[in-house]
Ligand binder design. Structure first.
Ligand code: ZN
Length: 417
Protein backbone atom coordinates (compact mmCIF):
# COMPACT_ATOMS: atom_id res chain seq x y z
CA UNK A 1 0.00 0.00 0.00
CA UNK A 2 1.16 3.48 -0.67
CA UNK A 3 0.24 6.77 0.90
CA UNK A 4 -0.55 9.99 -0.85
CA UNK A 5 0.26 13.26 0.80
CA UNK A 6 -1.51 16.56 1.02
CA UNK A 7 0.04 19.94 1.47
CA UNK A 8 -0.37 21.39 4.91
CA UNK A 9 -2.05 24.72 5.46
CA UNK A 10 -1.12 26.94 8.39
CA UNK A 11 -3.88 26.14 10.84
CA UNK A 12 -4.24 25.25 14.47
CA UNK A 13 -2.90 21.92 15.61
CA UNK A 14 -6.30 20.45 16.27
CA UNK A 15 -7.15 20.75 12.60
CA UNK A 16 -3.81 19.46 11.37
CA UNK A 17 -4.75 15.82 11.37
CA UNK A 18 -7.98 16.40 9.57
CA UNK A 19 -5.98 17.96 6.76
CA UNK A 20 -3.67 15.03 6.40
CA UNK A 21 -5.38 12.52 4.18
CA UNK A 22 -4.38 8.91 3.91
CA UNK A 23 -5.33 7.37 0.64
CA UNK A 24 -4.52 3.78 -0.07
CA UNK A 25 -4.08 2.67 -3.63
CA UNK A 26 -3.67 -0.79 -5.01
CA UNK A 27 0.02 -1.54 -5.40
CA UNK A 28 -0.46 -3.10 -8.77
CA UNK A 29 -2.50 -0.34 -10.39
CA UNK A 30 0.50 1.22 -12.12
CA UNK A 31 2.85 -1.70 -12.04
CA UNK A 32 6.05 0.18 -11.26
CA UNK A 33 8.87 -2.05 -10.22
CA UNK A 34 9.33 -2.36 -6.51
CA UNK A 35 11.97 0.00 -5.24
CA UNK A 36 13.34 0.39 -1.77
CA UNK A 37 12.50 4.01 -1.26
CA UNK A 38 11.91 5.22 2.28
CA UNK A 39 9.46 7.82 1.00
CA UNK A 40 7.08 5.54 -0.75
CA UNK A 41 4.71 8.30 -1.81
CA UNK A 42 7.31 9.70 -4.17
CA UNK A 43 7.57 6.36 -5.88
CA UNK A 44 3.87 6.14 -6.54
CA UNK A 45 3.63 6.25 -10.27
CA UNK A 46 0.16 7.68 -9.88
CA UNK A 47 1.51 10.84 -8.27
CA UNK A 48 1.46 13.93 -10.47
CA UNK A 49 4.57 14.56 -12.53
CA UNK A 50 4.75 18.13 -11.44
CA UNK A 51 4.21 20.09 -8.27
CA UNK A 52 3.01 23.67 -8.00
CA UNK A 53 5.42 25.54 -5.78
CA UNK A 54 6.89 28.99 -5.28
CA UNK A 55 10.47 29.49 -6.42
CA UNK A 56 13.00 32.30 -6.76
CA UNK A 57 13.56 33.85 -10.16
CA UNK A 58 16.79 35.28 -11.51
CA UNK A 59 16.04 38.61 -9.86
CA UNK A 60 15.94 36.96 -6.44
CA UNK A 61 12.17 37.36 -6.13
CA UNK A 62 9.86 34.63 -4.91
CA UNK A 63 7.36 33.89 -7.70
CA UNK A 64 4.57 31.46 -8.36
CA UNK A 65 3.12 29.04 -7.70
CA UNK A 66 4.70 27.63 -10.86
CA UNK A 67 4.91 24.07 -12.13
CA UNK A 68 8.12 22.27 -11.34
CA UNK A 69 8.86 18.61 -12.09
CA UNK A 70 8.70 16.39 -9.04
CA UNK A 71 12.26 15.26 -8.24
CA UNK A 72 12.53 11.49 -8.01
CA UNK A 73 15.91 9.81 -7.70
CA UNK A 74 17.09 6.37 -6.76
CA UNK A 75 18.58 5.85 -3.33
CA UNK A 76 22.06 5.49 -4.81
CA UNK A 77 21.64 8.79 -6.62
CA UNK A 78 20.56 10.45 -3.40
CA UNK A 79 23.58 8.99 -1.65
CA UNK A 80 25.82 10.55 -4.27
CA UNK A 81 24.16 13.95 -3.95
CA UNK A 82 23.87 14.23 -0.19
CA UNK A 83 26.20 14.08 2.77
CA UNK A 84 25.65 11.19 5.20
CA UNK A 85 23.90 13.55 7.65
CA UNK A 86 21.63 14.97 4.93
CA UNK A 87 20.79 11.49 3.67
CA UNK A 88 19.96 10.24 7.17
CA UNK A 89 17.41 13.03 7.64
CA UNK A 90 16.02 13.64 4.17
CA UNK A 91 15.84 10.10 2.83
CA UNK A 92 15.65 8.01 6.01
CA UNK A 93 13.45 10.30 8.12
CA UNK A 94 16.17 10.62 10.75
CA UNK A 95 16.42 13.26 13.46
CA UNK A 96 19.65 15.00 14.35
CA UNK A 97 20.53 15.39 18.06
CA UNK A 98 19.14 18.53 19.73
CA UNK A 99 21.41 21.59 20.06
CA UNK A 100 23.82 20.19 17.45
CA UNK A 101 22.58 21.49 14.12
CA UNK A 102 24.66 24.14 12.40
CA UNK A 103 21.64 26.35 11.65
CA UNK A 104 20.15 26.38 15.15
CA UNK A 105 21.76 29.67 16.16
CA UNK A 106 21.87 31.23 12.70
CA UNK A 107 20.53 34.78 13.10
CA UNK A 108 21.33 35.99 9.59
CA UNK A 109 18.71 37.31 7.25
CA UNK A 110 17.92 35.03 4.31
CA UNK A 111 16.20 31.88 3.12
CA UNK A 112 16.36 28.24 4.18
CA UNK A 113 16.01 25.84 1.24
CA UNK A 114 15.72 22.07 0.89
CA UNK A 115 19.17 20.47 0.95
CA UNK A 116 17.87 17.84 -1.45
CA UNK A 117 16.46 19.93 -4.27
CA UNK A 118 16.96 23.62 -3.43
CA UNK A 119 13.27 24.45 -3.03
CA UNK A 120 12.89 27.49 -0.75
CA UNK A 121 11.15 26.40 2.45
CA UNK A 122 11.45 28.95 5.25
CA UNK A 123 12.44 32.60 5.61
CA UNK A 124 14.58 33.97 8.43
CA UNK A 125 11.71 36.34 9.28
CA UNK A 126 9.64 33.43 10.64
CA UNK A 127 12.48 31.80 12.61
CA UNK A 128 12.26 31.92 16.38
CA UNK A 129 14.09 30.47 19.36
CA UNK A 130 11.85 27.69 20.66
CA UNK A 131 14.35 26.43 23.23
CA UNK A 132 13.90 22.89 21.88
CA UNK A 133 17.35 22.62 20.33
CA UNK A 134 16.14 22.48 16.72
CA UNK A 135 15.71 25.36 14.27
CA UNK A 136 12.08 26.46 14.58
CA UNK A 137 9.85 28.46 12.27
CA UNK A 138 6.34 29.85 12.53
CA UNK A 139 5.41 29.15 8.92
CA UNK A 140 6.85 28.08 5.56
CA UNK A 141 7.90 30.63 2.96
CA UNK A 142 4.99 29.31 0.85
CA UNK A 143 2.35 26.85 2.00
CA UNK A 144 2.68 24.97 -1.31
CA UNK A 145 6.32 24.14 -0.64
CA UNK A 146 5.94 22.06 2.52
CA UNK A 147 3.79 18.95 2.74
CA UNK A 148 2.87 16.86 5.76
CA UNK A 149 1.90 13.33 6.65
CA UNK A 150 0.86 11.70 9.93
CA UNK A 151 3.75 9.99 11.69
CA UNK A 152 3.21 7.37 14.40
CA UNK A 153 6.80 6.13 14.43
CA UNK A 154 7.55 7.02 18.07
CA UNK A 155 4.16 6.04 19.46
CA UNK A 156 2.85 9.61 19.71
CA UNK A 157 0.83 10.95 16.80
CA UNK A 158 2.77 13.70 15.07
CA UNK A 159 2.80 15.38 11.69
CA UNK A 160 5.99 14.85 9.74
CA UNK A 161 6.83 17.53 7.19
CA UNK A 162 8.54 17.12 3.85
CA UNK A 163 9.70 19.08 0.84
CA UNK A 164 6.88 19.24 -1.72
CA UNK A 165 9.23 18.71 -4.66
CA UNK A 166 11.56 15.89 -3.61
CA UNK A 167 9.57 14.46 -0.66
CA UNK A 168 12.67 14.85 1.51
CA UNK A 169 11.84 14.52 5.23
CA UNK A 170 12.39 17.82 7.03
CA UNK A 171 11.14 17.41 10.60
CA UNK A 172 7.74 17.82 12.26
CA UNK A 173 5.13 20.47 12.92
CA UNK A 174 3.63 21.02 16.36
CA UNK A 175 0.84 23.15 17.77
CA UNK A 176 2.90 24.85 20.49
CA UNK A 177 4.25 27.80 18.46
CA UNK A 178 3.80 31.50 19.05
CA UNK A 179 0.50 33.32 18.41
CA UNK A 180 -1.34 33.99 16.21
CA UNK A 181 -0.96 30.76 14.21
CA UNK A 182 0.38 28.73 17.13
CA UNK A 183 2.40 26.42 14.89
CA UNK A 184 6.02 25.42 15.32
CA UNK A 185 7.82 23.91 12.38
CA UNK A 186 10.63 21.93 13.95
CA UNK A 187 13.45 21.40 11.45
CA UNK A 188 16.66 19.46 11.15
CA UNK A 189 19.59 21.67 10.12
CA UNK A 190 20.81 18.84 7.92
CA UNK A 191 17.67 19.07 5.80
CA UNK A 192 18.36 22.73 4.99
CA UNK A 193 20.81 24.98 3.25
CA UNK A 194 20.93 28.67 4.08
CA UNK A 195 21.28 31.51 1.57
CA UNK A 196 21.79 35.08 2.72
CA UNK A 197 19.36 37.78 1.62
CA UNK A 198 21.98 39.45 -0.58
CA UNK A 199 22.57 36.21 -2.48
CA UNK A 200 18.99 35.13 -3.23
CA UNK A 201 19.64 35.15 -6.98
CA UNK A 202 21.70 32.00 -6.29
CA UNK A 203 18.40 30.23 -5.62
CA UNK A 204 17.11 31.06 -9.13
CA UNK A 205 15.09 28.05 -10.22
CA UNK A 206 14.54 26.65 -13.74
CA UNK A 207 10.81 26.47 -13.00
CA UNK A 208 10.68 30.28 -12.89
CA UNK A 209 12.31 30.43 -16.33
CA UNK A 210 9.88 27.88 -17.70
CA UNK A 211 6.91 29.81 -16.33
CA UNK A 212 8.19 33.05 -17.87
CA UNK A 213 8.75 31.34 -21.20
CA UNK A 214 5.19 30.01 -21.09
CA UNK A 215 3.84 33.49 -20.58
CA UNK A 216 5.92 34.89 -23.43
CA UNK A 217 5.99 32.18 -26.05
CA UNK A 218 3.23 31.60 -28.53
CA UNK A 219 2.92 27.88 -29.23
CA UNK A 220 4.43 26.87 -32.54
CA UNK A 221 1.99 26.63 -35.41
CA UNK A 222 0.74 23.09 -35.82
CA UNK A 223 2.52 22.05 -38.96
CA UNK A 224 5.69 24.09 -38.66
CA UNK A 225 8.50 21.86 -39.90
CA UNK A 226 11.70 21.79 -37.87
CA UNK A 227 13.86 21.16 -40.89
CA UNK A 228 14.01 23.33 -43.96
CA UNK A 229 14.39 20.65 -46.60
CA UNK A 230 11.16 20.25 -48.49
CA UNK A 231 11.61 16.59 -49.28
CA UNK A 232 12.24 15.44 -45.72
CA UNK A 233 10.14 15.53 -42.59
CA UNK A 234 11.07 15.31 -38.94
CA UNK A 235 9.79 13.38 -35.97
CA UNK A 236 10.64 14.02 -32.34
CA UNK A 237 10.62 11.27 -29.74
CA UNK A 238 11.65 10.92 -26.11
CA UNK A 239 12.25 7.38 -24.90
CA UNK A 240 14.83 7.64 -22.15
CA UNK A 241 18.53 8.17 -22.78
CA UNK A 242 19.00 9.96 -26.10
CA UNK A 243 22.32 8.20 -26.78
CA UNK A 244 20.37 4.92 -26.98
CA UNK A 245 17.55 6.31 -29.06
CA UNK A 246 20.00 7.90 -31.49
CA UNK A 247 21.81 4.61 -32.11
CA UNK A 248 18.51 2.82 -32.64
CA UNK A 249 17.08 5.24 -35.19
CA UNK A 250 20.34 5.84 -37.06
CA UNK A 251 20.24 2.31 -38.43
CA UNK A 252 16.92 2.79 -40.24
CA UNK A 253 16.54 3.27 -43.96
CA UNK A 254 15.28 6.68 -45.03
CA UNK A 255 16.61 8.29 -41.85
CA UNK A 256 18.75 11.19 -43.01
CA UNK A 257 19.84 12.45 -39.63
CA UNK A 258 19.28 11.88 -35.93
CA UNK A 259 20.04 14.72 -33.57
CA UNK A 260 20.02 14.58 -29.78
CA UNK A 261 18.44 17.40 -27.84
CA UNK A 262 15.97 18.64 -25.29
CA UNK A 263 12.27 19.14 -25.68
CA UNK A 264 9.37 20.24 -23.49
CA UNK A 265 11.02 23.03 -21.52
CA UNK A 266 12.39 26.49 -22.18
CA UNK A 267 15.48 27.68 -24.02
CA UNK A 268 17.09 28.90 -20.81
CA UNK A 269 17.13 25.44 -19.30
CA UNK A 270 18.03 23.46 -22.43
CA UNK A 271 21.42 22.21 -21.30
CA UNK A 272 22.61 18.82 -20.10
CA UNK A 273 23.54 19.97 -16.63
CA UNK A 274 20.22 21.58 -15.76
CA UNK A 275 18.14 18.94 -17.48
CA UNK A 276 19.94 16.28 -15.43
CA UNK A 277 19.33 18.06 -12.18
CA UNK A 278 15.81 16.81 -12.88
CA UNK A 279 13.99 20.06 -12.33
CA UNK A 280 13.39 21.38 -15.84
CA UNK A 281 10.48 20.35 -18.02
CA UNK A 282 12.75 18.96 -20.70
CA UNK A 283 12.92 15.37 -21.83
CA UNK A 284 16.01 13.92 -23.47
CA UNK A 285 14.78 13.72 -27.05
CA UNK A 286 15.82 12.87 -30.56
CA UNK A 287 14.93 14.67 -33.75
CA UNK A 288 14.71 12.20 -36.62
CA UNK A 289 14.94 13.71 -40.09
CA UNK A 290 13.52 11.23 -42.55
CA UNK A 291 12.52 10.76 -46.17
CA UNK A 292 8.81 9.88 -46.12
CA UNK A 293 9.17 8.08 -49.46
CA UNK A 294 11.42 5.51 -47.78
CA UNK A 295 10.03 5.31 -44.27
CA UNK A 296 6.75 6.58 -42.91
CA UNK A 297 6.00 8.35 -39.65
CA UNK A 298 3.88 5.33 -38.70
CA UNK A 299 6.88 3.04 -39.17
CA UNK A 300 8.99 5.36 -37.03
CA UNK A 301 6.29 5.11 -34.36
CA UNK A 302 6.50 1.30 -34.55
CA UNK A 303 10.24 1.50 -33.94
CA UNK A 304 9.82 4.09 -31.19
CA UNK A 305 7.59 1.79 -29.16
CA UNK A 306 9.94 -1.16 -29.66
CA UNK A 307 12.98 0.94 -28.74
CA UNK A 308 11.92 1.64 -25.17
CA UNK A 309 9.42 0.64 -22.51
CA UNK A 310 6.42 2.99 -22.80
CA UNK A 311 4.94 1.67 -19.55
CA UNK A 312 7.68 3.13 -17.35
CA UNK A 313 6.72 6.50 -15.99
CA UNK A 314 9.54 9.02 -15.83
CA UNK A 315 12.26 6.43 -16.14
CA UNK A 316 13.85 3.78 -18.30
CA UNK A 317 15.24 0.95 -16.24
CA UNK A 318 16.83 1.39 -12.87
CA UNK A 319 19.54 3.85 -13.87
CA UNK A 320 17.74 6.48 -15.90
CA UNK A 321 15.31 8.03 -13.47
CA UNK A 322 13.57 11.39 -13.64
CA UNK A 323 11.04 13.26 -15.70
CA UNK A 324 13.74 14.01 -18.29
CA UNK A 325 13.65 10.28 -19.10
CA UNK A 326 9.90 10.24 -19.72
CA UNK A 327 8.30 8.60 -22.71
CA UNK A 328 6.89 11.25 -25.03
CA UNK A 329 6.01 11.99 -28.62
CA UNK A 330 6.33 15.64 -29.59
CA UNK A 331 4.05 15.94 -32.58
CA UNK A 332 4.11 18.51 -35.34
CA UNK A 333 0.74 19.02 -36.93
CA UNK A 334 -2.57 17.18 -36.75
CA UNK A 335 -1.43 14.25 -38.88
CA UNK A 336 1.42 13.30 -36.56
CA UNK A 337 -0.81 13.75 -33.56
CA UNK A 338 -3.53 11.52 -35.01
CA UNK A 339 -0.96 8.88 -35.98
CA UNK A 340 0.60 8.88 -32.51
CA UNK A 341 -2.76 8.61 -30.76
CA UNK A 342 -3.92 5.89 -33.14
CA UNK A 343 -0.75 3.88 -32.48
CA UNK A 344 -1.22 4.07 -28.73
CA UNK A 345 -4.89 3.11 -29.10
CA UNK A 346 -3.91 0.15 -31.23
CA UNK A 347 -1.30 -1.05 -28.71
CA UNK A 348 -3.87 -0.77 -25.93
CA UNK A 349 -6.55 -2.62 -27.87
CA UNK A 350 -4.15 -5.39 -28.77
CA UNK A 351 -3.05 -5.55 -25.14
CA UNK A 352 0.58 -5.55 -26.21
CA UNK A 353 1.68 -4.44 -22.76
CA UNK A 354 0.54 -5.87 -19.50
CA UNK A 355 0.87 -2.48 -17.82
CA UNK A 356 -0.65 0.78 -19.04
CA UNK A 357 1.13 2.94 -21.60
CA UNK A 358 2.23 6.24 -20.08
CA UNK A 359 3.67 7.84 -23.23
CA UNK A 360 2.75 11.51 -23.38
CA UNK A 361 1.65 12.99 -26.69
CA UNK A 362 2.68 16.62 -26.54
CA UNK A 363 2.70 19.41 -29.15
CA UNK A 364 6.19 20.46 -30.16
CA UNK A 365 7.02 24.02 -29.20
CA UNK A 366 10.76 23.87 -29.79
CA UNK A 367 13.57 21.34 -30.06
CA UNK A 368 16.91 22.42 -28.62
CA UNK A 369 19.93 20.49 -29.91
CA UNK A 370 22.13 19.05 -27.18
CA UNK A 371 25.79 19.91 -26.70
CA UNK A 372 28.16 18.58 -29.35
CA UNK A 373 29.64 15.94 -27.01
CA UNK A 374 26.20 14.30 -26.81
CA UNK A 375 25.82 13.94 -30.57
CA UNK A 376 26.83 10.60 -32.13
CA UNK A 377 27.71 9.48 -28.65
CA UNK A 378 27.36 5.74 -29.14
CA UNK A 379 29.40 5.78 -32.34
CA UNK A 380 32.15 7.80 -30.70
CA UNK A 381 32.18 5.69 -27.53
CA UNK A 382 31.32 2.14 -28.57
CA UNK A 383 33.18 0.66 -25.59
CA UNK A 384 31.50 2.85 -23.01
CA UNK A 385 29.96 0.38 -20.50
CA UNK A 386 26.62 2.20 -20.56
CA UNK A 387 26.49 2.01 -24.35
CA UNK A 388 27.40 -1.68 -24.33
CA UNK A 389 24.87 -2.48 -21.66
CA UNK A 390 21.93 -0.31 -22.73
CA UNK A 391 22.21 1.26 -26.19
CA UNK A 392 23.48 -1.74 -28.14
CA UNK A 393 20.83 -4.20 -26.91
CA UNK A 394 18.08 -1.67 -27.66
CA UNK A 395 19.35 -1.12 -31.20
CA UNK A 396 19.74 -4.87 -31.60
CA UNK A 397 16.17 -5.50 -30.49
CA UNK A 398 14.87 -3.16 -33.17
CA UNK A 399 17.13 -4.78 -35.81
CA UNK A 400 15.65 -8.15 -34.97
CA UNK A 401 12.09 -6.94 -34.92
CA UNK A 402 12.18 -4.69 -38.00
CA UNK A 403 14.63 -6.23 -40.49
CA UNK A 404 12.73 -4.63 -43.35
CA UNK A 405 13.33 -1.13 -42.03
CA UNK A 406 17.11 -1.32 -41.82
CA UNK A 407 19.40 0.76 -44.02
CA UNK A 408 21.81 -2.18 -44.23
CA UNK A 409 20.37 -5.65 -44.38
CA UNK A 410 20.74 -7.85 -41.34
CA UNK A 411 24.00 -9.81 -41.19
CA UNK A 412 22.46 -13.14 -42.02
CA UNK A 413 21.25 -11.74 -45.37
CA UNK A 414 24.74 -10.83 -46.49
CA UNK A 415 26.26 -14.17 -45.56
CA UNK A 416 27.05 -16.12 -48.68
CA UNK A 417 28.70 -19.47 -49.25
ZN1 ZN B 1 13.41 19.08 -1.78
Amino acid sequence: MRTSLVTLGVVGFGALFSLAVWADKPESSRGTRSRSKPNAAAADAGAADVVRVKVFNRQGKLVGPVESPRLELTLSEWRRRLTAEQFAVLRSSGTEPAFCGNLLDNKKSGVYACAGCGLPLFASSSKFDSGTGWPSFMQPVAKENVGSVPDFSDGTPRLAIHCARCEGHLGHVFGDGPAPAGTRYCLNSAALTFTEQSNLTELADPAADDAMADAREVPAAGAAPVNDKVSTQSAIFAGGCFWCMELTFEQLKGVVEVENGYCGGSKNTANYEQVHEGMTRHAESIRVVFDPEQISYQQLLDVFFDAHDPTQRNRQGAEDVGRHYRSAIFYQGDEQRAAAEAKIRQLREQKVYRRSIVTQVEPLSAFYPAEVEHQDFARKHPLDPYIEEHAVPRAERVRTKHPGLLAEPAESDSASP
